[in-house]
Design a protein around this ligand. Structure first.
Ligand code: ADP
Length: 309
């Protein structure tokens, strides 16, 4: 549905995007995950036609957005990072204003606005001025303003920045509801928990390059990130450590007289084999701690650094 081909963008000497390419399929929640300065905003601003790349092409449903920006704009809703609302207008007045910019006929706009206020859970506050809203509620109205023309694609740039957990969950519900109705979502974030919770596919971006792209399972495979298990034992011998290394598909990350830390492909499949093996040697297991591979370990494997360095 959306295809970026060899997009590059620099600001003077600063290279913001280096030859990035990826595809987003219809109906996906696509996450663009990377640390601050990675190039996420530049990418989404190129997709939403605010910025022009130095080179490369972008297609939406086969239409070249660089040569047909107006046509493509109508297919998209854009939720900017900064809240763009009029404080002295009510929620409904803000919606009517922003919807008017997309040329939605007034009668239809009223219907859409009522539906969308319901969707974001703020129907009861429609006649209150925005200045009386909390930050999280403003974010929800900000999202509402971007979908009044019923776009096929919603482009969101860090929509939960500065939002408390309750409002964040509300925003996730809104995104999931829109996606269930068929909307394709492009979502940038530097929070891996958000990408993991929300996104069907994730592209990891760092210093202007896409490091990997795929589902969570695909990213684990691509990066080689594995599950980790730590056993606390009484009586760890060198023989035990060697036998685990020899007989099972574990990598020994570290061992001490009291504990052993291992890496494996799939904890849930392999933990019982490991426990049986250890118990047969007479060692007593005091504690088992497991941690599945997650985006944090994927990011670390791919880039050699933590997402929030
Ligand atoms: P992110 O959204 O991942 O935080 P950005 O796309 O905003 O990253 O920025 C990517 C890089 O481009 C950064 O090095 C940033 O400083 C630079 N950059 C972004 N916008 C501008 C601009 N208007 N002028 C100069 N440099 C910019």
């Amino acid at each position: 549905m959306i295809e970026l081909k060899s997009i590059s963008k620099s600001y003077g000497n600063i290279v913001s995007l280096r030859d990035i390419s990826f595809k987003i399929h219809e109906g996906e929640i696509f996450g663009l995950l990377g640390p601050n300065g990675a190039g996420k905003s530049t990418t989404v601003n190129i997709i939403n036609t605010l910025l022009k790349p130095d080179s490369g092409h972008i297609y939406i449903d086969g239409i070249n957005i660089l040569s047909h920006p107006d046509e493509c704009k109508m297919m998209m809703g854009v939720v900017p990072q900064e809240i763009a609302l009029y404080d002295n207008l009510t929620a409904l007045e803000n919606l009517m204003f922003w919807g008017g910019l997309y040329n939605v006929p007034k009668a239809q706009l009223r219907i859409n606005a009522a539906d969308i206020l319901e969707l974001v859970g703020l129907s009861g506050r429609k006649n209150d001025r925005i200045k009386t809203f909390s930050g999280g509620m403003k974010r929800r109205i900000n999202i509402a303003c971007s979908i009044l023309h019923k776009p096929k694609i919603l482009v969101m740039d860090e929509p939960t920045a500065g939002v408390d957990p309750q409002n964040r969950n509300h925003i996730f519900d809104v995104i999931e509801n829109l996606n269930n109705e068929g909307m394709t979502i492009i979502y940038t974030t530097h929070y891996m928990e958000e990408a993991e919770r929300l996104c069907d596919t994730i592209a990891i971006i760092d210093t202007g390059s896409i490091r990997a792209h795929g589902t969570m399972d695909e990213l684990k495979k691509i990066s080689g990130a594995r599950d980790i298990i730590t056993l606390t034992l009484s009586g760890i011998s060198e023989e035990l450590v060697n036998s685990i290394r020899d007989e099972h598909s574990f990598t020994v990350l570290s061992s001490s007289p009291k504990s052993i830390k291992l890496e494996c492909d799939n904890i849930s499949d392999q933990v019982s084999t490991l426990v049986n093996h250890v118990e047969k040697t007479g060692a007593v297991i005091k504690n088992i701690n497991t941690r599945g591979a997650n985006l944090e370990s994927v990011f670390l494997k791919l880039t050699g650094k933590k997402l929030r360095d």
